[in-house]
Design a protein around this ligand. Structure first.
Ligand code: FMN
Length: 225
């Protein structure tokens, strides 16, 4: 796949087939993705791949906490979290609302209980057969490692397509780090940054038709000199 085509065709996948992703595929994918650049070649990332019984267990306690209204407590602060997303204003709020509207329209969701059901689906990581959790050692302070993780994460999403895989980068996956430390065995010494749902996309699902919008490039570019 050409680079530009991979960038253009990538999109978040929110419906997966149950087929497992073979280990050798994940290893190959991560092998390519970790060609990502990082500050002074730190390569701060570590990957925890969660599947099967462990994933089932994570999903079960996540759903319980979510239904109980437990506030997310991610290792990476995401702002003033009163619900499952940061409290936003202005154009950022508009974009967040536009995304929700697009999803609810496509899914034909109008009622509050159905919206809740969709949120619960998210807290089940859209039933992906595998999730990847990206963590960095706490000895690495500051924000650079987070940028580096962003780069490797994007590489995973792009390269995944070459293997017929779809991904959704998900903050929801890292909402309750306590459970991840206990069930997945991620030590206290690691900062849990982000997660990805990964699997073979269910292209027949209505949500597969979602194409998110982007700001006009002229509105966000300033030429100087
Ligand atoms: C850091 C980060 C966290 C995200 N967390 C979630 C999430 O918890 N749930 C979800 O459904 N999508 C999540 N997304 C996906 C975004 O909603 C998505 O990337 C955005 O709407 C643009 O759509 P696209 O990826 O299809 O182009 C996240 C994306 C990023 C980069």
């Amino acid at each position: 796949m050409e680079v530009l085509e991979a960038i253009r065709s990538r999109k978040s996948i929110r419906a997966f087939r149950p087929d497992p992703v073979p280990e050798h595929v994940l290893i190959k994918l991560l092998g390519v993705a970790t060609r990502a650049p990082s500050a002074v070649n730190l390569q701060p990332w570590e990957f925890f791949i969660v599947r099967g019984k462990a994933l089932k267990e994570v999903k079960s306690v996540y759903l319980e906490d979510y239904r109980f209204g437990k506030l997310p407590d991610p290792d990476i602060p995401v702002g003033d979290t009163r619900d499952i997303a940061p409290v936003l204003e202005g154009v950022y709020k508009e974009r967040q609302v536009a995304l929700a509207k697009q999803i609810f329209n496509i899914m034909g969701i109008t009622k509050a209980n159905k919206k809740m059901e969709w949120s619960e689906k998210m807290m089940q990581f859209y039933d992906a057969p595998t999730v990847i959790i990206v963590a960095v050692d706490k000895v690495l302070q500051g924000n650079w490692p987070i940028l580096d993780v962003g780069l490797v994460t994007q590489n995973i999403t792009l390269a995944a397509q070459e293997f017929g895989l779809g991904t959704c980068i998900m903050r929801a996956i890292v909402d309750y780090p306590k459970h991840l430390r206990k069930i997945v065995g991620i030590p206290e010494s690691k900062r849990i940054i982000v997660g990805l749902a990964i699997g073979y996309p269910d292209w027949d699902h209505p949500i597969a038709g979602l194409k998110t919008t982007r700001e006009e490039i002229d509105n966000i570019v300033t030429f100087v000199g």
